[in-house]
Each structure stands twice: as structure tokens, then as C-alpha cells.
Design a protein around this ligand. Structure first.
Ligand code: IPD
Length: 255
């Protein structure tokens, strides 16, 4: 774990430089941004992991993004929350998930600007800067703080926009409040830390969710698809995540 942490912390230095620097911003889609720093952080991580773990296949948002199976695999999002990064909002992170023989092994989500390093190793719990974290005990949905997100596709797809607006109408009156933080990996860590009771979003890619998902499960949380079944991380389905206690209620509302 220490070697992996060292690599991610080093990548965080490029991230931090970029956060305070002028950025070349280009568009991968109508709403989907990328900067030279997404590419630089990704290049650094790919090269460092290739040296350290040559037997692992790498999936990464900006380059190796067409693989849809897991074996000995590292999944990287160099900057999750690129819009926040571009606009100077510190809720953006490097997300890394490592799978061994097809099984979840290590998750790491690092917020360089806030100096928060979330990580988990299968069977050993979840941590934020070396302190153990766990999900909240709240079981009353009405008292729960719920997070969600808006996939970039809502700029083009009426169906996706409809889903988002309709579910907000259903969830908002029945919970404490809703937050949209702008980084899926950070949202998952916030559920892991007990800040949010639950988080759901459609259309996420494997690199957005894999690191945070491993951390959340190790913190005692639950992740599923909208039917309560196992989430296929490559299917861009609706991810439902929670402290476990309000999971079914959230599914009942958004399904
Ligand atoms: C995005 C963020 C955002 C979510 C989008 C993702 P990116 O990832 O996680 O919170 O709503 O669906 O694509 O593009 O910033 O890595």
C-alpha cells in the first residue's frame, strides 16, 4: 500500500500545480471537459504503475478507456471532477482502483487540494489520512443527506435529463436534502465517511466509480444497481450506494 500511496501522492503534485495554473481546456463532448493536466496526471500514473506492477492491465479515462473486463487490472481517473478542477472548486480527486484476479483489492481516492487521502485494502477497512472511517448509522430516509450527480449526457439525451429531474422530484421531499458535489469518487467517499447517507447517479464510467466503490464497501457501505443487484461497473447503469440502512428505501423511490 505504501508504494501505491507514494505514486498517487507524487501524481498529486502535478494535480496541485495544475489546479492553480492556467489551463488549456478542450471539450470531449458538449459538456465533458479535459485539460492538459488530466493527461499529465494520467501519463505519470500509467508510467509509474507500469514500472511497479508490469503484469497489470491499465484502464484510464483519457487513453486506455475501451477495456471492459477485469482481471489483474488498475483503473485510473486522473482528475475526477474535471469541471470543479477547471473552476477552482477543490472537490476533485485522483481515483485508483486495483483488482487482483478479478477481485477488488485496493481503492484510493486522493483530494490533493484538501489534503484528504481515502484508501482501503480488501478486508482491512477504509481510512482517511490513516484514520479509520465508517458509514453513518442513520436509518431514517427523511433525515438522510443524499448526493447525486448529472451525467454529461443530459446535455444531449432527453431521457437522461428526464431521469435526473424526475428522481430529484421524488427524492427531495422525502430526505433531509440533496447535494451535487461534482465528483463521483468524492461522493462515494463522503458516504464512506458518514457525511452522506446515500449517493446515486446514472451513466458513470468505471474510472469514476471503481476506487470510491472499494472504499465505501470497506467502510461498511453498500453499492448496487437500481434493482439492488450487483453493479456492472462497465454498463453505465444507475449506481446506488449507501450506508446500507437507507439503501432499499432509496431504491424504492428512484426505481
Ligand atoms: C465526472 C464526475 C461527476 C459526474 C460525471 C462524471 P470526470 O467525472 O464524476 O461528478 O457527475 O458523471 O463523468 O469527467 O470529472 O472525471
Amino acid at each position: 500500500m505504501d508504494d501505491i500511496k507514494k505514486i498517487i501522492l507524487e501524481a498529486g503534485e502535478i494535480f496541485k500545480k495544475g489546479f492553480y495554473d492556467l489551463k488549456d481546456v478542450s471539450f470531449k463532448g458538449k459538456k465533458d471537459l479535459v485539460t492538459q493536466y488530466d493527461v499529465a496526471v494520467e501519463d505519470f500514473l500509467k508510467s509509474a504503475f507500469k514500472d511497479k506492477m508490469p503484469e497489470f492491465t491499465i484502464i484510464a479515462e483519457e487513453s486506455s478507456n475501451d477495456i471492459v473486463e477485469i482481471n489483474n487490472t488498475i483503473i485510473i481517473d486522473p482528475i475526477d471532477g474535471t469541471t470543479n478542477f477547471v473552476n477552482g472548486l477543490p472537490h476533485c480527486a485522483i481515483s485508483v482502483a486495483i483488482y487482483k484476479n478479478g477481485e477488488e483489492y485496493i481503492g484510493a481516492v486522493y483530494l490533493p487540494i484538501l489534503n484528504e487521502f481515502f484508501y482501503a485494502k480488501k478486508g482491512q477497512g477504509a481510512f482517511l489520512n490513516d484514520e479509520k472511517i465508517s458509514v453513518s448509522d442513520e436509518d431514517d430516509f427523511q433525515k438522510s443527506l443524499i448526493a447525486t450527480g448529472f451525467p454529461y449526457t443530459c446535455g444531449e439525451s432527453k431521457d437522461d435529463l428526464e431521469f435526473i429531474v424526475d428522481r430529484i422530484k421524488k427524492v427531495l421531499p422525502n430526505c433531509q436534502d440533496i447535494r451535487r458535489l461534482g465528483s463521483a469518487s468524492v461522493d462515494l467517499c463522503m458516504v464512506a465517511k458518514g457525511v452522506f447517507e446515500a449517493y446515486y447517479e446514472i451513466g458513470l464510467a468505471s474510472w469514476d466509480l471503481a476506487g470510491g466503490m472499494i472504499i465505501l464497501k470497506e467502510a461498511g457501505g453498500l453499492v448496487s444497481d437500481i434493482d439492488g443487484g450487483e453493479l456492472n461497473i462497465f454498463e453505465h447503469n444507475c449506481l446506488v450506494s449507501s450506508n446500507g440502512k437507507v439503501h432499499q428505501k432509496l431504491i424504492d423511490i428512484i426505481k
